[in-house]
Design a protein around this ligand. Structure first.
Ligand SMILES: [Zn+2]
Length: 505
């Protein structure tokens, strides 16, 4: 009887400490998020906080100890542009996110946010996921609320006033500012004045403006001028989403044009930053090729295809009207249909027209349109943070690989930037952009969002063929002190929080 009782006690203890809320982490190299050189230390976690960092901390009676064999310990990574909220309630483990060491995703991007945010946040608090969520308010989401389906025009002053009021309410729910997707149809027809008018509401609450800019191709530098103007006139910090120079006409210009651009912003008193994903190919809808919606104008379609690297460089991972076409390039599809790429494009737009109205038929495109030297420039710039732009079950490998890809390919293989700098950009720099007071650093009193990885082996494994493949070299991930990944295995713990903007707390 006595032995049986002891077994029960042991069993209960094992279960309650399985994901280790209190733990002493020994033998790690601490990259603390500040960007300074790593140091050897032990780190003590109690409940959801870091309570001690020091050399040779001795375990208290009964305190679980984990020896991390000299691997790196960093704050959990923050994904500054994510679509991992879509379908989250069917995939609360968000394995593609946690396995990368990402503990917080910043959603509500490209002009689209969950509406109303209060409902989304309440749902997340009732049914938490493995990861933390922070959100922007989507510009197109507000346009739809106020303008209905009549979105392909500028707003009237009355509509703008309504959107401003609605934006204020959404910000009060805990959002960090406003996001726009100006290359997408729902946002494209907004004037710069509309964007300034809305950004002022965000500025008044200490928020910021983030944007998938109006043109990422030949007109990209005009788009960057527009975002600086919005920052200047609305007196709001601005961030360029997934920054890229996405057409051959502007390739190789990061090195020559970007320093002057950041300097111009600085001179004008604008806090300009950007986020970037480390891939030379993008993933979107075919509609972005013709930004003014004139989809059946052959000359504009021809130019759109050319500006995006040509039909041979546009891969269609999804085309529901004819699933057999998935995985082929636009050039191959045109050949299969015995038409020109311009005609094939128009046929695909026509067949998926209902998608915009929430219909069944869908298309997606992956474009190989960036140059590696530009990506590398953006990855290393002190003005950028990192993002995946990914989704839980997306066709682009970035959703499961962006962060380990930076650590493995850009830090270790190419020596493009020091590991402590990459970690800083993934953690503290992002936390400061969001004005988070207790995340993004390994510091006494901070929330224990943490990742353990091996700098010598960490690498992304996701590819276009296997976009969800797990990365290598990341062993343990903690969210609020609870292990969501333990020794490379997903635990099923769901300690994720809603992170609200300080002004609304
Ligand atoms: Zn985007």
């Amino acid at each position: 009887m006595k032995i049986r009782a002891l077994i029960w006690v042991a069993l209960i203890l094992t279960v309650s400490t399985a994901y280790a809320t209190n733990v002493l982490i020994k033998n790690v190299l601490v990259y603390d998020g500040t960007g300074k050189k790593p140091f050897k230390a032990d780190v003590r976690i109690q409940a959801d906080r870091i309570v001690a960092i020091g050399k040779n901390l001795s375990p208290a009676a009964g305190e679980p100890v984990r020896d991390e064999r000299g691997w790196a310990l960093a704050p959990g990574f923050i994904d500054m542009h994510s679509h991992h909220d879509q379908g989250i309630f069917d995939d609360l483990n968000a394995e593609v996110v946690t396995r990368q060491g990402v503990t917080t995703v910043f959603v509500g991007q490209d002009g689209e946010s969950n509406f109303p945010l209060n409902d989304f946040f309440a749902h997340l608090e009732k049914t938490p996921a493995a990861i933390n969520f922070a959100s922007m308010v989507g510009h197109a989401t507000m346009r739809e609320q106020v303008m209905g389906k009549d979105l392909y025009r500028a707003s009237t002053p009355e509509e703008l006033a309504k959107m401003q009021e609605l934006l204020g309410r959404e910000l009060d729910a805990g959002a960090f500012g406003i996001s726009t997707g100006l290359e997408y149809e729902k946002g494209h027809f907004a004037t710069t004045e509309e964007l300034v008018g809305l950004s002022r509401v965000a500025a008044a609450r200490g928020g910021f403006y983030i944007s998938h800019v109006r043109d990422e191709e030949n007109g990209v530098f005009n788009s960057f001028d527009e975002i600086i103007r919005i920052g200047r006139e609305a007196k709001v910090p601005v961030e360029i989403s997934h920054i890229k120079l996405a057409s051959p006409g502007v390739w190789h210009m990061a090195k020559t044009k970007m320093p002057a651009l950041f300097e111009k912003a600085h001179t004008e008193g604008v806090d300009l930053k950007a986020d970037v994903y480390p891939y030379t190919y993008w993933h979107s809808t075919l509609r972005v090729l013709v930004t003014d919606r004139d989809f059946f104008n052959p000359e504009k379609v021809r130019r759109g295809i050319e500006d995006n690297g040509g039909a041979a460089n546009l891969m269609i991972p999804k085309y529901t009207p004819e699933p057999a076409m998935a995985g082929k390039t636009l050039e191959q599809i045109a050949a299969a249909w015995k038409v020109t790429p311009v005609e094939a494009y128009m046929r695909m737009i026509k067949a998926t027209e209902s998608e915009i109205a929430g219909g069944e038929e869908q298309e997606e495109v992956i474009g190989t349109s960036m140059s590696e030297d530009d990506v590398k420039w953006f990855v290393t710039s002190p003005r950028t943070m990192f993002c995946s732009d990914g989704a839980l079950h997306g066709a682009h490998p970035r959703g499961a690989g962006a962060f380990p890809r930076v650590l493995g390919r850009y830090v270790r293989e190419q020596h493009a930037l020091p590991l402590e700098t990459a970690v800083h950009k993934m953690t503290m720099m992002a936390a400061e952009q969001l004005a988070l007071k207790d995340r993004g650093r390994i510091e006494k009193g901070y929330i224990a969002d943490l990742v353990v990885f091996d700098p010598a082996t960490v690498i992304d494994e996701s590819t276009i063929q296997h976009p969800q493949a797990a990365p290598k070299g990341i062993s343990d991930v903690m969210v609020s002190g609870e292990r969501v990944v333990m020794e490379g295995n997903v635990t099923g713990a769901h300690p994720g929080k809603v992170i609200r903007h300080a002004a609304s707390r």
